[in-house]
Design a binder for this molecule. Sequence first.
Ligand SMILES: C[S@@+](CC[C@H](N)C(=O)[O-])C[C@H]1O[C@@H](n2cnc3c(N)ncnc32)[C@H](O)[C@@H]1O
Length: 285
Amino acid sequence: MGNHQHGDVDWEQLGASLTRRAEAYAPMTARIIEQLRAAQPRPRRIVDAGSGPGVIACALAEAFPDAEVVAVDGTQALLDLTARRAERAGVADRVRTHLADLPDGLADVGEADVVWLGLALHHLGDQRAALTEFARRLAPGGTLVLLEGGLPARCLPRDIGIGRPGLQARLDVAQEDRFNEMRAALPDVKDEAEDWGALLTAAGLTHAETRTHLLDLPAPASPTVRAHVADLFGRLSGGLREGLDADDAATLDRLLDPDDEAGLDHRPDVFLLAAQTVYLGRKGA
Ligand SMILES: C[S@@+](CC[C@H](N)C(=O)[O-])C[C@H]1O[C@@H](n2cnc3c(N)ncnc32)[C@H](O)[C@@H]1O
């Protein structure tokens, strides 16, 4: 716990890029929070499990002024970022941080009206057992918010004028392999078909709703979006290089070169289009 390593990902290093991603996705998060509000209008305690740098925990605290938000993560450096962000947002009195190796370590957090699981469940080896544990932490009538699945983000046109068209589709394929390797390296990993609705039911919850939210930020990209897209391609370039041919590797190098006019820092055609699926599970009253 707190050693910054879960599986083969170094989360501490990822703190800044997770912050930029969550800031770019803020318009989408706001709509997911409204989806939650329709199901759970006045939560008193929200547990954000796998909260990362706390952008979403703070957004939840701002959206629900009567709620205490407990940001739970296995990496202290990310919880420190969360506490600093909560101070800046003026919600430090209602955002608590809790270091835990999920799905354990929630016993002393207390019953929650909402458990928010944003892109966190797929980092746990036994997703079925973890969901059951998170469901146990819900108060009667409480809601589990599960963000998993959707569509891979698109950030550039199919033909960007350099290299072979269709780069992002090929990066998707390489990334699927990388994702499988990430999961295979997790402790106590169990194979699980990703029928999230069925898994919510198996965890003892009523699968109340599935909705997919669109993030549609057309070109020209804001500095926040451009920074996130650069992170995304930088990470792909580092992690997927061996899965790419020489032409695609050269295209990635050009995209990431700050001095190249065809690079991400200068291109006028950078955008962000993404779809995130959200599953709501409800605990019987
Ligand atoms: C992809 S990030 C998502 C962060 C945040 N929920 C968001 O949507 O911006 C996954 C987070 O889960 C945390 N995490 C992964 N495995 C964990 C574990 N076994 N115990 C506790 N936290 C874990 C990581 O430290 C990281 O902050």
